[in-house]
Ligand binder design. Structure first.
Ligand SMILES: NC(=O)c1ccc[n+]([C@@H]2O[C@H](COP(=O)([O-])OP(=O)(O)OC[C@H]3O[C@@H](n4cnc5c(N)ncnc54)[C@H](O)[C@@H]3O)[C@@H](O)[C@H]2O)c1
Length: 410
């Protein structure tokens, strides 16, 4: 299958590394934008496909089988409008992929779903953490235990690092918020997935309520705020975003009535080696735990040798140190689930189906993220069974996303 990339930045490169490990998928085209020429050269060197750079989405769409949207959050809808127009003009696409999040808010996410539906495209919502082998394997391994003892009742999911790499991520009006939208969407999705009985639909558990709390714990302090302004051009004294988010979502099993809970914690103020994904789960008499900073490989680099290190991110995504005892992951694309989400998409689109996680699923993740913002903004628990609240969420734009988060965060 020939893929066309829209976006040639950080995640596009990660996805290209994942695609190296998937048979039958080639990177045939890339939209001309910053990073496209370098990514194209690299794809050709790696024999991943022609990776021809196209000047317009219309032209790209005419020459590939599926489009992957790896552009920033603020460009989602405009990009998808162009994909929609390309299909209307005759491009024969099988499907369209979008990286998380589906949009900055429910209105944008719903618009994405509508555009894909109108264009008759199969969809894949790329939420890599659900495809992590550690997550899938614990589910398979613990399924017989859960059948005998009862399901998991509590899960905790966390994604944390020291802060994103590009200025637009830090600007709540362009990204859509702070760490809750950027990484909370992962933790919220994987938490629900882990609690869902393996033989049930992904949306089987019914959300009951969410209680969330946000903070600006590091990057709001004068010293760090000044650094952010200097390095990223974003002024957190005026338009702050949260660098810490936590919350608890309560779900109900509609068959048994049992209540289960998923806690999420996400931060851009994590002061350890680099990116850490942490998940655990508790069932009656059994449990699991995933911690991606635990690797069978660590290296030690002493002060005298530290100058030889060119790029610490070759060891670990968002690595913050280049000396001492360092955790190294040898295949991060696979570890974090990028490889298997591409495999799933390839199989599904080839068979004319939506991927395991389609955009309607992405919309449900968006709803829970927006409900978490609402809870933090109002300082109370949000009832997810209340029709009026659900209707309110459809048009809700968090104050932080509007650039008005100062009263809430400072
Ligand atoms: N799954 C994950 O863990 C993960 C990790 C990182 C990023 N992401 C998501 O991937 C998306 C891209 O993030 P990134 O880190 O690669 O960002 P980035 O800033 O590194 O790269 C963005 C790319 O999009 C291009 N671009 C900018 N504006 C555009 C426009 N209007 N139309 C088309 N292309 C445009 C840029 O030139 C660049 O090539 C975001 O939505 C982000 O949330 C997901």
């Amino acid at each position: 299958m020939k893929l066309g990339f829209i976006g040639a930045g950080f995640v596009a490169r990660f996805q290209a590394v994942a695609i190296q490990q998937v048979r039958g998928l080639e990177i045939a085209g890339i939209l001309r934008r910053s990073g496209a020429a370098a990514l194209s050269d690299w794809c050709r060197e790696q024999k991943l496909g022609e990776a021809k750079v196209y000047d317009s989405i219309a032209e790209l769409a005419r020459n590939v089988d599926a489009i992957a949207i790896y552009a920033p959050n603020f460009a989602r809808v405009a990009v998808m409008e162009e994909v929609h127009a390309a299909v209307r003009a005759g491009a024969r696409l099988k499907g369209v992929i979008v990286e998380k999040p589906l949009g900055r808010n429910m209105a944008e996410a719903s618009r994405m779903v509508t555009l894909a539906r109108e264009a008759g495209l199969r969809t894949a919502y790329f939420e890599n953490q659900i495809f992590m082998r550690s997550i899938r394997t614990q589910r398979d391994q613990l399924q017989p235990v859960a059948r005998t003892m009862g399901p998991l009742t509590l899960t905790r999911s966390a994604e944390e690092h020291g802060g994103p790499h590009e200025p637009w991520f830090w600007d709540p009006t362009r990204q859509g918020g702070g760490v809750l939208l950027d990484m909370g969407c992962h933790s919220i999705a994987v938490g629900r997935y882990v609690l869902t009985p393996p033989d049930k639909d992904l949306l089987f558990l019914q959300p009951q309520s969410v209680t969330a709390d946000l903070g600006l714990l590091k990057w709001g302090q004068p010293k760090w705020r000044a650094k952010l302004l200097k390095d990223r051009g974003v002024d957190y004294a005026k338009t702050p975003a949260e660098d810490f988010a936590t919350g608890m979502i309560t779900y109900r099993n509609p068959e048994t009535g049992q209540i289960v809970k998923a806690q999420f914690t996400d931060s851009w103020m994590f002061e350890k080696q680099g990116l850490r994904l942490f998940m655990d789960g508790m069932g009656p008499g059994y449990a699991f735990e995933v911690n991606t900073l635990v690797s069978p490989l660590s290296v030690f680099i002493g002060d005298a040798a530290a100058e030889a290190i060119a790029d610490q991110e070759t060891a670990l995504e968002k690595a913050t140190a280049s000396r001492g005892l360092l955790a190294v992951q040898t295949n991060e694309a696979d570890l974090y689930g990028y490889t298997d989400e591409n495999r799933d998409m390839l199989e599904a689109f080839s068979a004319g189906r939506d991927a395991m996680l389609d955009w309607a699923y992405g919309l449900e993740v968006q709803r829970l993220v927006m409900a978490s913002y609402l809870s933090a903004e109002r300082g109370r628990s949000v009832d997810l069974t209340d029709r009026a609240t659900l209707a309110e969420l459809d048009s809700y734009i968090p104050a932080i996303q509007q650039g008005k988060g100062a009263a809430q965060l400072l």
